[in-house]
Design a binder for this molecule. Structure first.
Ligand SMILES: Cc1ncc(COP(=O)(O)O)c(C=O)c1O
Length: 416
């Protein structure tokens, strides 16, 4: 189900073409990311605090219910991070130290650290050059008798090739656990990421509500699944392995009696966070439309620049535009990526890099003996990537400043 358009969403398309103005002089630094919060979140959180029920409770249940409806999942289990969501998903499938899980090097620490929590082996598969997502053509060669699951990551908010991945997973009896930390609200072939109506596609979809994400609760995450048994297991393990509605034990309808059925974790979402999540969910589409407008404006401005490669957008998918990942054609510039970032910083424009591929980090190098060239596409694309600010709180002026800043750096540093 695709989000319904709210009638009050004004057309926020930015239409003016880029014009050369006076040199950019921002008075304040433009942060790379900011949450889009206002009085709505403050009032929602205040009401929760006033209610006296500040940890997991009715608001968490409401947030789960509304989120499940929004994406079209049967179950949504709110937790305190996407890392926790991924960990609980792997726990629910019974991952063991003898197992392997396939994922991509082009991701954040969380995607593979959760595999290591079990002593299992993350097996990395290189990415597609156009969209930074796991390359399904390389998947089958990475599968061994020990492989239990595949974790595709929807980088920047653009869905990985789920049909191809699901078909391979089904052929080999593997679970698919989607790392959708960037992918709310996104669709793949018309269906929302998180909608698991097509059971063959994935067992779990894990979302992040971290401070920089497209919907934020400060820290938070959500596990979506259509499987009743997996949902029950994740719920139990998210709260100490205590059977049945442990959060209710201090309410009139709850009971003091509980049973520990497994050594669980403390991963529950608080009602304070959930009330912020509910407020954010109410404006999720508006925030998404604003990010789309910014992405469109950036692409319009940058696609004519020979020194830049603009992000790929899949026509049959809805991009969440969590990140705007531009790439430098370095052979046309006299500076490298780090210097480019530094120059933008001097112009008071914050940027970031997504991601330093996992196989370049000391832990993964030392543990698995990786060399940079083991995943050549990830390594090459990482070296020329810059993430520009893209968040709904940016003003039109901020957006134009980013464009002007990038133009100025290119103007100064392009090779003759
Ligand atoms: C791709 C990816 N997966 C997982 C995570 C972990 O999310 P969280 O911070 O909610 O645990 C992140 C966080 O940035 C991420 O970028």
């Amino acid at each position: 189900m695709i989000a319904v358009t709210h009638p009050d969403v004004r057309d926020i398309r930015l239409s003016s073409p880029y014009k050369k103005q006076k040199p950019l002089k921002r008075s304040e630094f433009l942060p790379f990311a900011l949450p889009d919060t206002d009085e709505t979140e403050i009032e929602a959180v205040s009401a929760t605090i006033r209610s006296g029920w500040i940890t997991t409770g009715p608001r968490t249940r409401q947030f789960e219910h509304e989120f499940a409806q929004y994406v079209g999942a049967k179950h949504a289990i709110a937790v305190n991070s996407c890392t926790a969501a991924l960990h609980l998903s792997l726990e629910a499938i019974g991952l063991s130290s003898a197992d392997e899980v396939i994922t991509t090097p082009y991701t954040f620490a969380a995607t593979t650290e959760v595999i290591r929590y079990f002593g299992a082996k993350p097996v990395l598969v290189d990415i597609c050059p156009h969209d930074f997502n796991l390359n399904p053509a390389l998947l089958e060669a990475a599968i061994t008798p020990r492989t239990r699951a595949i974790i595709p990551v929807h980088i920047a908010g653009l869905a990985a090739k789920l049909d191809e991945i699901a078909a391979i997973a089904a052929r080999h009896g593997l679970y698919v656990i989607e790392d959708a930390a960037h992918a709310f609200p996104a669709t793949y072939q018309g269906r929302m990421i998180g909608n698991l109506a097509d059971q063959a596609r994935a067992a779990f979809v894990c979302f992040s509500f971290y401070a920089t994400k497209t919907l934020s609760t400060g820290e938070g995450g959500m596990i979506c699944t259509n499987d009743d048994h997996f949902a029950e297991r994740c719920r139990i393990m998210a709260l100490h392995g205590i059977s049945k509605d442990a959060w209710k034990r201090y309410t009139a309808e709850g009971s003091w009696y509980y049973e520990i059925v497994a050594p669980g974790y403390k991963y529950n979402m608080t009602d304070i966070a959930a009330s912020m999540g509910l407020a954010q969910l109410g404006k999720a589409e508006k925030m998404w439309r604003r990010r789309c407008a910014i992405a469109e404006r950036y692409t319009q401005a940058f696609q004519v620049v020979d020194e830049l490669q603009t992000p790929y957008d899949q026509p049959d998918s809805q991009h969440a535009w969590h990140l705007y990942m531009v790439r430098l054609h370095q052979e046309r510039l006299s500076i490298d990526r780090a210097q480019f970032i530094e120059k933008l910083k001097q112009l008071k424009i914050g940027t970031s890099v997504h991601f330093i591929p996992l196989h370049l980090h000391p832990y993964y190098k030392q543990t698995f003996g990786y060399q940079p060239a083991d995943f050549p596409v990830a390594y090459r694309e990482y070296q020329r990537e810059i993430s520009l600010p893209i968040y709904s709180k940016m003003s039109d002026e901020d957006v134009e400043d980013v464009i002007q800043g990038v133009y100025e750096v290119i103007e100064q540093c392009k090779k003759a």
